[in-house]
Write a protein of this length. Structure first.
Length: 362
């Protein structure tokens, strides 16, 4: 599909008129092809082109008959493309930050990171976000639109095509709140972990949420062995409300209860993300309060020195304070690590590369 529109679309504008084939399961694809009076195995062939060879142009699918291609296009089926617009490579750690262009001209960010245990991609689940977290650049202009499952996969496939590297881990932690785009996020996870696709182990998939309690409860019922990461960023409701508007809707005790239930159902250790912001949530008292909140849970705290965002006034905590916070948690038997500060030199914080790029192309 040719992209002609270069500016971004805004919320409420027309969504794709093309129905995204890459978002369909193998069975759904077979069914669709049969309904178009073609042989079902053509669906398997197309599935392999998309999810085994990472192709997003139907014309490149050599063994698919022209007549089927025409029927698909006559019925408005296609593959929503995710095209590489820009890549920035960190000189310090090799992290690659991608800006991808979607069919409607919208831009999204994804990040490729190398770890000892394998390569990981951080994908976006929405264009923009409506959650309003104060330390986040992705939410400054609100939600533009949800991504389809195929557009989420397209970010990973685009990175594989670009790097030739194998991907073993995925975190849904880029722009957007995945549980605010629930059906597409679940569909994405099922396709990502499908044995005929990338076949990533569910255990190597992490979904990060700011804490939409009813959706955490729904996720529990999906029988997925993924890791749930909750962006907590505060030890109590008062501080959390200051930095995360969602805290006005779902208090801390309801989040903790939903997390405990999730653990009871899935037996997957929980992750709590905690961005340390200077003089906001980084005191030793905050660490103590956090420790008592998480006491007895099978949980891991990921401390993130907050990435400065130009438009916001939050600053990163000093190193001594970050380590004092970590020590306090450890002394109280909380499992904790400080996230490696990957890609700082390439606008590492979520949403920053996109914002800068759009500003510069104005
Ligand atoms: S941190 Fe996540 S949930 Fe919060 S505004 Fe940013 S993208 Fe949305």
């Amino acid at each position: 599909m040719e992209i002609t529109k270069r500016e971004e679309k805004t919320e409420g504008e027309e969504t794709a008129s093309v129905k995204d084939l890459r978002s369909l399961s193998r069975e759904e694809l077979r069914r669709l092809i049969t309904e178009l009076s073609e042989k079902g195995y053509r669906g398997d062939q197309m599935y392999t082109w998309m999810h085994g060879h990472y192709r997003e142009d139907i014309d490149e699918m050599g063994n698919i008959p022209k007549v089927l291609k025409k029927k698909l296009s006559d019925n408005n089926y296609g593959i929503l493309p995710v095209k590489k617009e820009l890549v920035r490579v960190s000189e310090t750690d090799g992290t690659r930050k991608y800006l991808f262009r979607l069919y409607d001209g919208n831009m999204i960010e994804s990040v490729f990171m190398k770890y000892e245990h394998g390569n990981s991609v951080c994908v976006s689940s929405q264009v923009g976000c409506r959650m309003g977290c104060r330390f986040c650049a992705s939410t400054i202009e609100g939600l533009v639109r949800n991504l389809t499952a195929g557009e989420m996969l397209g970010q990973i496939y685009g990175i594989i095509r670009d790097t030739g590297e194998k991907i073993s881990n995925t975190v849904i932690m880029g722009s957007g709140e995945p549980l605010d785009n629930y059906d597409n996020a679940i569909r994405f996870i099922r396709l990502l972990t499908d044995e005929d696709g990338l076949n990533i182990s569910q255990r190597n998939v992490t979904l990060s949420t700011c804490g939409i309690v009813p959706m955490i409860k729904r996720l529990k019922e999906e029988d997925l062995k993924i890791t749930l990461a909750v962006s907590l960023h505060a030890p109590n409701d008062d501080i959390r409300k200051e930095i995360m508007p969602i805290a006005n809707k779902y208090p801390m005790n309801s989040i903790m209860e939903a997390c405990r239930d999730y653990y009871d159902a899935n037996k997957r250790r929980l992750t709590f993300e905690y961005s340390l912001i200077r003089d906001v949530n980084d005191s030793e008292e905050d660490a103590l309060e956090l420790a008592s909140l998480l006491k007895g849970m099978n949980a891991h705290v990921n401390l993130i020195p907050v990435n400065p965002v130009e438009e916001r006034d939050y600053r990163q905590s000093e190193h001594s304070r970050i380590h004092a916070f970590q020590n306090k948690l450890e002394k109280n038997h909380i499992n904790v690590t400080i996230r490696r500060d990957l890609g700082r030199d390439i606008d590492g914080a979520c949403g920053q590369l996109r914002r800068r790029y759009l500003r510069n192309s104005e």
